[in-house]
Design a protein around this ligand. Structure first.
Ligand code: FE
Ligand code: FE
Ligand code: ZN
Length: 313
């Protein structure tokens, strides 16, 4: 159960968005951004997502962030780190690159642990021509090198859209990876609504999709939900996120995922695109406060977002 600053009851929904993280403000900056959106959880990259340059972690700022989270009803167990997406465990053609990825992930897990976070989302990778089966075996090999014991943060493998040679497009592929992991308690799955839809899972019948997931992997293995609408059609294998209710999945179908009984304990994270406030190409305004408000109200409000989303008109 959640309470807002005034001690008023807020609904049980665990929801937040991707937020920024920088070395000057550390985790405090991420928490303050989260609170601006009226969220009660968040996800962040511990540095630029497209590179592996990382600064050291300021423990004083981390402690302050934890204190603020406690005061504001943000439960640290629902907070997520996202691994940089340039890491590709599926391809071992360049051994040096593969080993670099493994070592970087090990360090990233340590950083995640230092920040007090328990879950890290990871894109399984792309096999880049090696073939799906080899890709899966490489991911298993890499993850078993990264996960050296039963203890430490959990890696949530993300469901992918199937763009190019991405591995993890089907529940079966993810299940095969998990089967090969030695310390299975360290691996879960992050379901991404845009990715599943683009991969061909029809979210207009989410109960059926979840049943399928349950029989292939087990619903208990869902550690995170990425909530995004999709710019493209079912099965397009594109992976382009859209603001909630403005895409082809639609607001009501997304609500069914967000409020699904079996996913109640699972954090929901928005990764929808920033918007432009002046109709220009520069999309510098985060839509999360408005999107979270719509989700909490369970009502799509085209005006709420259109105001900050001029280009949509
Ligand atoms: Fe992701
Ligand atoms: Fe995602
Ligand atoms: Zn995506």
């Amino acid at each position: 159960m959640w309470y807002d600053v005034n001690g008023d009851f807020m609904n049980d929904l665990i929801i937040g968005s991707h937020v920024s993280y920088n070395s000057t403000e550390g985790l405090v900056g991420s928490v303050l951004e989260t609170l601006k959106y009226g969220a009660n959880t968040f996800m962040f990259y511990t540095g630029a997502p497209q590179n592996t340059i990382r600064s050291s972690i300021d423990m004083e700022l981390t402690d302050l962030a934890h204190k603020t989270m406690k005061e504001q009803g943000v439960d640290i167990k629902n907070v997520i780190v996202h691994a940089p997406y340039i890491i590709n465990l599926a391809n071992d053609k360049d051994e040096e690159k593969f080993n670099f990825g493994v070592n970087f992930l090990k360090q990233e897990l340590k950083r995640t642990e230092m920040l007090g976070v328990n879950k890290m989302v990871l894109h399984p990778g792309s096999h880049v021509g090696l073939g799906l089966e080899k890709g899966i075996q490489n991911i298993i090999k890499g993850l078993n090198m990264v996960l050296e014991s039963e203890d430490g943060p959990i890696i949530c493998l993300e469901t992918m859209a199937g763009k190019g040679t991405e591995v993890g497009r089907t529940f079966e592929e993810l299940s095969e990876i998990i089967d090969g992991i030695k310390y299975k308690n360290r691996v879960m799955v992050c379901i991404d609504t845009c990715h599943m839809f683009d991969a061909g899972y029809d979210l207009s019948d989410f109960d059926k999709i979840l049943e399928e997931f349950d029989s292939v992997i087990g619903v208990g293995k869902i550690g995170c939900v990425h909530v995004n609408d999709s710019k493209n059609i079912l099965g397009s294998h594109k992976d382009r996120h859209e603001n909630i209710g403005f895409g082809n999945i639609g607001f009501d179908n997304l609500l069914k995922v967000i409020y699904h009984d079996k996913l109640k304990e699972v954090p929901k994270i928005l990764e929808t695109p920033y918007v432009s406030t002046d109709g220009g190409k520069d999309r510098t305004y985060p839509p999360y406060k408005q999107e979270i408000e719509m989700i909490r109200n369970k009502k799509f409000d085209v005006n709420l977002l259109s105001e900050i989303r001029n280009y949509y008109k």
